[in-house]
Design a binder for this molecule. Structure first.
Ligand code: ADP
Ligand code: ADP
Ligand code: ZN
Length: 208
């Protein structure tokens, strides 16, 4: 099964996508993580993408899709794949459609005000792990449980960038979801409950 996660920035996509990937033992690939890794390594793509990402805007569709395809080469995706952060608009969904058959789309619903609380407390590790100072703290303050590195606050967690990201999401999401709804692939999930309860709803709706 190839499964895609859609939701407002901060809705819990990454958190849930990683848990599902662990449960199914599928590769987890996040375009946001791929970009952050390129930025850390100061590659050409990273240097070009940094300003766009920090401002809360979307990187060009073609550039992002190339990065995704390159990123996928590191994994065995023959059994299935969990994708987080791609596609983010209709054009990307069409690009992906020609490359990979998507079997399910998990659409996480959360209000704008709740999203702001979540992004405000988010702490991220370069390994891709995500925490929340209140709702999902690491065992040791500011240290990643998974790899032991120091956690950071993302550059795009600033108010202006968050506003831009939410606006872009609101503008792009309907055509994107319609594309998948017509194919009957969308599972709508309430993102409000605590992390483990959202996980249970996802597992139930996937009949896992
Ligand atoms: P969030 O978890 O807050 O939704 P991500 O980590 O998925 O954010 O993405 C961070 C940033 O990386 C995005 O705001 C955007 O600039 C860039 N990015 C990630 N995925 C895509 C994509 N599919 N298309 C264009 N830009 C992307
Ligand atoms: P996204 O990938 O959609 O941007 P994340 O998975 O990074 O969202 O989650 C955003 C923040 O909210 C993180 O700090 C995460 O730990 C926290 N979080 C995720 N799901 C929940 C939940 N169900 N309840 C409370 N906090 C959550
Ligand atoms: Zn880590």
């Amino acid at each position: 099964m190839n499964i895609v996660f859609i939701g407002m920035p901060g809705s819990g996509k990454g958190t849930q996508a990683q848990k599902l990937a662990q449960k199914l033992n599928y590769p987890f690939v996040s375009t946001g993580d791929l970009f952050r890794s390129q930025i850390e390594k100061q590659t050409e793509i990273g240097k070009k993408a940094k300003q766009i990402i920090d401002g809360g805007n979307l990187v060009d569709d073609d550039v992002t899709f190339e990065l995704l395809k390159q990123g996928l080469k590191d994994f065995d995706i023959s059994r299935g794949l969990i994708l987080d952060g791609f596609p983010r608009n209709l054009n990307q969904a069409k690009m992906l459609d020609e490359y990979l058959k998507i079997d399910k789309v998990i659409n996480i619903n959360l209000s704008e005000s709740e999203v702001l609380t979540r992004i405000g407390g988010r702490r991220t590790c370069i390994c891709g792990a995500t925490y929340h100072i209140k709702f999902n703290p690491p065992k040791q303050k500011n240290i990643c449980d998974v790899c032991g590195k120091e956690l950071f606050i993302r550059e795009d967690a600033k108010e202006e960038a968050i506003k831009t990201r939410i606006e872009i999401y609101n503008k792009s999401v309907d055509p994107l979801l319609d594309f998948y709804r017509k194919k009957g692939l969308v599972l709508d999930i309430d993102g409000n409950p605590p992390i483990d309860e959202v996980t249970t709803e996802i597992n139930n709706k996937l009949s896992l």
